[in-house]
Design a protein around this ligand. Structure first.
Ligand code: UDP
Length: 234
C-alpha cells in the first residue's frame, strides 16, 4: 500500500446520494465497503465527515441566525453523519471509534489525540465528529488539522468530480483536469481545492492533498495501490 495512514474527508452532501437532503444509507454503505477494503489490507484510516447535507452555519446566518450558534448546529450535523458512517462500518464488521470535538459521552468518545493514534495503531477506523469544535471553521479545516495532528501521510478529499479542474467541470465544458499541482500553483490560479484556512494548513505542514471521485467504486483502493487518479497537490 502506498500510504500507511490516511485522512479521508467526505462532504456531508456526498452522503445524500441522489437525494436532496439527509442520508442515503445505501451510499453510506458503499463508502463503508470501500473503506473496509483498504483497512483490511493494513491502511490506517481516519475520517472526517462534513454536515452540509443537514445544516450549514453560513446559510443559516444568511437567513438571520447568529453565526456561532448556527455553526454549533452544523457541528452537531457532522456527528449525525459520523454516526451513520460508523453504523455502516460496524454492519460490515469493521471496528470503529467515533471521537467528537464536542463532548457527547453517551454516543462517542471525546477527541483525545493520543487516543486517536492508539485506535489507529490497533487497526480501528477512527471517525472525527464535530469538526474542529470551533465555530467559523469548516470540516475541511478539521480534516487538515486532524491529519497533521495524527501524522497522516495524505488528506484524501472524496468528491463527486474526479479531481481539480481549470474551471468547474459541471458548469464549463472546456474545463480540463490537472493531474498534479503545487500549492503555489493553486494560489496563483485561484483554484478552489479546500477553503483557504484548510489549504494553508496543509501547505505550511507539507501535507499532500488528493482530490478524487469517491463515488467511483474501487477508486480509494486504486489510490492506495499508487495509481495516479484524481489530482495530487503537494
Ligand atoms: N462547522 C464549524 N466548525 C468546524 C466544522 C464545521 O462550525 O470545525 C459547522 C459549519 O457551520 C459548517 C457545518 O458545520 O457549515 C457543516 O460542515 P461543512 O460545511 O464543513 O460540511 P461539508 O461542506 O463538508 O458537508
Amino acid at each position: 500500500m502506498k500510504y500507511k495512514r490516511i485522512l479521508l474527508k467526505l462532504s456531508g452532501e456526498s452522503l445524500m446520494g441522489e437525494q436532496s437532503y439527509g442520508i442515503d444509507n445505501a451510499r453510506v454503505l458503499q463508502y463503508a465497503e470501500e473503506i473496509k477494503a483498504i483497512q483490511t489490507l493494513g491502511v490506517e484510516v481516519a475520517i472526517v465527515v462534513g454536515g452540509g447535507n443537514i445544516f450549514r452555519g453560513l446559510s443559516a446566518e444568511k437567513s438571520g441566525m447568529d453565526r456561532a450558534q448556527a455553526d454549533y448546529m452544523g457541528m452537531l450535523a457532522t456527528v449525525i453523519n459520523s454516526m451513520a458512517l460508523q453504523n455502516a462500518l460496524e454492519t460490515l464488521g469493521v471496528y470503529t471509534r467515533l471521537l467528537s470535538a464536542i463532548k457527547m459521552e453517551q454516543i462517542c468518545e471525546p477527541y483525545v489525540r493520543r487516543r486517536a493514534m492508539r485506535h489507529l495503531e490497533k487497526g480501528r477506523v477512527v471517525i472525527f465528529g464535530a469538526g474542529t469544535g470551533n465555530p467559523y471553521f469548516t470540516t475541511d479545516s478539521a480534516a487538515a488539522l486532524r491529519a497533521i495532528e495524527i501524522k497522516a501521510d495524505v488528506v484524501l478529499k472524496g468528491t463527486r468530480v474526479d479531481g481539480i479542474y481549470t474551471a468547474d467541470p459541471e458548469k464549463d465544458l472546456n474545463a480540463t483536469k490537472f493531474d498534479n499541482l503545487s500549492f503555489d500553483e493553486v494560489y496563483d490560479r485561484e483554484l478552489n481545492v479546500m477553503d483557504m484556512t484548510a489549504f494553508t494548513l496543509c501547505d505550511e505542514n507539507n501535507l499532500p492533498i488528493i482530490v478524487f471521485d469517491m463515488n467511483k467504486p474501487g477508486n480509494l483502493m486504486k489510490l492506495m495501490q499508487g495509481d495516479a487518479i484524481g489530482t495530487l497537490v503537494k
